[in-house]
Every structure is written in C-alpha cells, then in structure tokens.
Design a protein around this ligand. Structure first.
Ligand SMILES: [Zn+2]
Length: 465
C-alpha cells in the first residue's frame, strides 16, 4: 500500500514538473499596471497611498503615485483600489521536508514534500524560505538547481545551509532523529575537523552554515569554543555567514563575541545584562527570534487563516492534546511556566531591539509535527508587535532585512527592477498587524499564485488518507 502511494506520488510529482517546464518562469511579457492600492515598500518609509506599479517579464518596471508613471502601450490594468500591497516575505529559518501532516520524519523527505512546504509558505505570502541546518546537502543543492531552472511550479524560493554540531549533539531529540538518518548535520569534534568541513561547504559555493552551541541543560555534548571559533573564522575567510543556535546568556555572549552573524532564539529564562547589550550594540548581529515555537500551537487560536491549509485531522489532533509538541503544549491548559516565559520575553525583546540587533523573520516551522509552514510567519509578526515593535518595523524584518541577510538582490522591497513578488491584502497591516492575514492574492515573479488550487489539494489530501 505504502509503495503504491509512493509511486502515485512520484507520478503526480513528475506531472507537476512537466507542467512547470511547459510554462514560463519569467512572468508574462505583456506589461500590467497595478493601480489604486496603498503600497508598503518594505523599507519602513510611509506607505504610498493610491500607488501604482508596472510589471513586465516578472519584474517591477516602475512604481510611484498613480498617474505619475509612463504606462507602456497595450498594458493591461489591474484595479487594486482599497487594497494594500506589500513585498512577499522572506523566512530565514525553517526545517523543511520532514512534516507529512500525518507522520513526521526522514521518510517524508522527498523533493515533492520540500516543494509542498515551499508552496505552503508561498500560499501565506512568503516568497523565499531558508531551511537551516537540517537539509541534506546533495538533495538540497539539486532541488535548488531544479527550482532555479524552472522545473517546479510556483513556490517560495528555496535556500538552505548545512548544520554543524558535536557528535550526537545539535538538533533537539525530535529533529535529530530525522537529520541523523539523512546525515544532514556535519559532526565535528576539533577545530581542524571544523575547518575542513567549512572548506568543503565553501568549495560547493554554500553561503551559510548553522552551528548548535547548546548542551540542552546538560543533556547534550556541547560545541567547544575551539570548534565554534574555528568554524566562524574559517567561514568568514570564505565570506560565509554563520547562524548560531544558542539559548543561554553565556552562550549567546560567547558566539556574538566570536563573530557569529545570526543569532537564533532568544535567551531563555535569564534577563539580559549590560555586558551583553553593549556587545550587541557593538556587533549588531542579525536575529531570528522564533518566539512562536515556544508558544502554544497557532492552531489553538481557532483562526480559520491557520486551519485552512492544515488537514482537518491534524487540526483536531493538535486541539485534542496538551502535548503535541515537545517544546510547548498545544491546546491544553497553559503550562505553569508560561507567565514566567512571557515576562522574560517582555523584558528581553525590547532591549535586544533597542541595542540595534537586526531582526529577521524565522519560524522554525517543520521542526516538530504541528508547527507549520506559512501561518507561523504571521504568528511571529503578531508576537513582535505584541512585544512592542511597530507594524512597520515588523514588516521590514519580514522583507528588506532578510533579503539583505540572504543577499537576495531582487526581493525585499517594492522597487523598480525587483522581482514582482508581492502580496495583495484586503486590509492595512500598518493599522493592525493581524491584517497581514487578510490575503487577497499572492504574486510570484508577476504571476498570481493559484491559492485555491493549492488549498483544494491540501484539503483533499486530508480526507483521502
Ligand atoms: Zn531551528
């Protein structure tokens, strides 16, 4: 039965590829004028009211106040009066490929499933998604090549990086089961081994690497300073970026001091001190908070925006259990330590921002069953605003700043020359960040994503299994 299912999946996937190759990756060559919308550029500046922009061959050719643009003859017109347009988001931190919605693990890791997760991100307005430390390199490189060659249907652009950890360390107990089967994490014990591993990544033109510097409260082997200093030094020699998973104050200080470019997670259970804040002001690292991972599942909010893309049985299972995820309870009673955690977030988050860290969107989606792709991005932004960020700042951290971190030159803002990757909203998220959920349409490279077809497929999958 399983084999038949896999074969069927393979055939369906083959068809998907075939259809994708038949269509153009570049958008239509006929120019289109999108007019009347409020434009949120993505750089934190005030929105352009009644704005307009021209899209041709998948790129934004001109943008400005309505009426101020020279419109090419024969351009089609799209009336967006009353709508708000913002750039597609960029998620710099997920764990792609393992979630199967009825099962979770290495057995689900196929190109079709990676594509499915990227389509889920795209469905929710995310135009680029980076899998961090848990994707097997050979498969990921191949997937990226195939996607760039236009062999897949529209989806979030795929980015990834290998991970590094001490033997039997690194990913948490759930993720580790999958990554060890696929040998997705480089296990290194010495500075020399670490440097060799980083050089092998640089030889393959990989731009980033993730390190786990965490002993999970003494239960794991910990990456030593010798090893992470060697990794960071070697990576920087090759112009590579280092993402560091560290959750204690001492570890975050150590990796920032050592030159890690991106912090993953917040310090948990400790208040930040002046020494650390001074260090942050000096180094200004990027920072993916992934707050949502420690929260109750978004599914507990009873928001149809979240539920729509998740199979009904998964929604029901999450709501029925109080321990669907190892890190946080689902819909049972809030854990005793929730208030303490919230107090710590309220203390530490604004201090990190005030110190000038460069906040970027990351969700850790896919790391465990039920913490899922796309909707988690909106949850993360709402949490930031709850903790004191303005909606405009939150949007910049989901658009321009992650584009800068990933060096995606044609994404991140609405500007002439950029790829036409944008989201059309029915309400203004600058007034209420939860309005990012009012998605009317998503465009990738100037082509409207068929969100209805994707939903139909996901709901069908949920009833036929
Ligand atoms: Zn992660």
């Amino acid at each position: 039965m399983r084999v038949i299912k896999m074969l069927t999946r393979g055939v369906v996937f083959g068809l998907l590829i075939f259809v994708a190759v038949q269509s153009q990756v570049r958008g239509p060559s006929t120019a289109a004028l999108y007019e009347g919308a409020r434009l949120i550029v993505g750089d934190g500046t005030a929105p352009v009211e009644s704005g307009a922009f021209i899209v041709q061959d998948g790129r934004i050719r001109g943008i400005g106040k309505g009426g101020a643009l020279t419109v090419p003859a024969g351009a089609t017109r799209v009336d967006l009066a009353g709508k708000t347009v913002m750039p597609a988001w960029i998620n710099v931190h997920v764990h792609i490929g393992y979630e199967g919605y009825t099962t979770w693990g290495a057995e689900n890791y196929t190109p079709a499933n990676v594509l499915d997760h990227l389509q889920r991100e795209a469905f929710y307005g995310v135009g680029a998604t980076q899998s961090v430390g848990s994707s097997p390199t050979d498969q990921a490189v191949q997937f990226q090549r195939d996607q760039q060659a236009g062999r897949f249907p529209a989806a979030s652009r795929f980015f990834f990086m290998p991970g590094m950890a001490p033997p039997n360390g690194g990913p948490d107990a759930v993720l580790l089961k999958a990554t060890s089967v696929l040998h997705a994490v480089h296990e290194v014990s010495t500075g020399d081994e670490a440097r060799r591993a980083v050089r092998s990544m640089a030889d393959r033109h990989l731009r980033s690497v993730k390190i786990w510097v965490d002993d999970r409260r003494g239960t794991y082997p910990k990456m030593t300073p010798e090893v992470y200093n060697a990794i960071i030094d070697e990576a920087h020699t090759h112009k590579m970026i280092v993402h560091a998973h560290a959750t204690t104050l001492a570890d975050q200080k150590a990796v920032v001091r050592a030159g890690a470019d991106v912090l993953v997670h917040m310090v948990q259970g400790e208040k930040l001190d002046d020494e650390y804040l001074a260090l942050l002001r000096e180094k200004k690292p990027y920072w993916a908070t992934v707050i949502g991972l420690g929260d109750r599942s978004e599914v507990c909010d009873n928001d149809p925006f979240v539920d729509q893309a998740v199979p009904d049985r998964v929604v029901a299972a999450i709501r029925a259990t109080s321990e669907a995820r190892p890190l946080a309870p689902s819909c049972g009673p809030r854990p005793a330590n929730a208030a303490v955690r919230e107090e710590m977030l309220a203390n530490n988050f604004p201090k990190m921002i005030a110190a000038g860290v460069r906040l970027v969107l990351g969700t850790d989606a896919g790391i465990h069953a039920g913490h899922t792709f796309g909707s988690a991005d909106h949850h993360e932004l709402a949490r930031w605003v709850q903790l004191g960020l303005t909606p405009a700042q939150a949007i910049v951290a989901a658009t321009r700043t992650p584009a800068e971190l990933l060096d995606i030159k044609d994404m991140g803002t609405l500007a002439a020359g950029k790829s036409a990757d944008f989201v059309v909203l029915n309400a203004n998220p600058l007034e209420n960040i939860r309005n990012t959920r009012q998605i009317d349409r998503v465009y990738l490279r100037g082509i409207m994503l068929d969100r209805r077809a994707l939903l139909a497929r996901w709901k069908k999958a949920s009833t036929s299994q």
